[in-house]
Design a binder for this molecule. Structure first.
Ligand SMILES: [Zn+2]
Length: 152
C-alpha cells in the first residue's frame, strides 16, 4: 500500500479550522484554537503525496467549513478515508429501515409517505427507489393500488 505523505484534517473542537499534517504524525495542535489533536481519532478528509493537491483540498474544506456546509460526516466532493461507521451502517440497513417503516404502518403505505420516512432515516432518494424496486421484484412487497405498497 502506498503511503501518502500529507493529510488534511479538521479540528473537531473549534470546527472552523482545517489543516495539513504530515501523515504518520501522531499528534498535532490546532493552529486556530490550540487544541491538542490525536490524529488517530480524527477524520482524515484527504490524503495525497502531492502538496499542491493537499493545499487545494484544504482550501476547499476550509471554505466549506466557513459556510458551515461541512457536516463532519459528509464531504461528498472529496476523496477521503472515512472511519466513521455510522453512515455506511445506515446505507447497509436501508432495506431494513424501509421494511421496518412498512411494518410499523401495518404493512402498507403510500409510496410517497414511505419515501419521506426513509429520507428522514438517512436513506437517499436514489437508493430508496432501487431498494423498493428490488423488494417489488423479489416479491417481498407488492403494489395493491397505484402509488401504494404493501408487505406480502
Ligand atoms: Zn481548533
Amino acid at each position: 500500500m502506498p503511503i501518502q505523505k500529507y493529510a488534511v484534517i479538521a479540528c473537531p473542537k473549534c470546527r472552523i479550522h482545517a489543516q495539513i499534517i504530515e501523515y504518520g504524525t501522531a499528534t498535532t495542535k490546532c493552529q486556530n484554537c490550540g487544541a491538542a489533536l490525536k490524529i488517530k481519532k480524527l477524520r482524515v478528509f484527504y490524503t495525497s503525496d502531492i502538496l499542491e493537491k493537499v493545499i487545494s483540498a484544504r482550501t476547499q474544506l476550509q471554505a466549506q467549513m466557513h459556510d458551515q456546509s461541512v457536516e463532519f460526516g459528509n464531504v461528498p466532493e472529496m476523496e477521503f478515508v472515512d472511519d466513521r461507521p455510522s453512515i455506511t451502517k445506515h446505507k447497509k440497513n436501508a432495506q431494513k429501515i424501509i421494511l421496518d417503516i412498512l411494518r410499523s404502518a401495518d404493512g402498507a403505505l403510500e409510496i410517497e409517505i414511505l419515501k419521506m420516512h426513509a429520507l428522514d432515516n438517512d436513506v437517499d432518494a436514489e437508493r430508496f427507489e432501487k431498494i423498493l424496486d428490488g423488494l417489488l421484484r423479489a416479491g417481498e412487497v407488492y403494489s395493491p393500488a397505484v402509488g401504494y405498497v404493501r408487505l406480502v
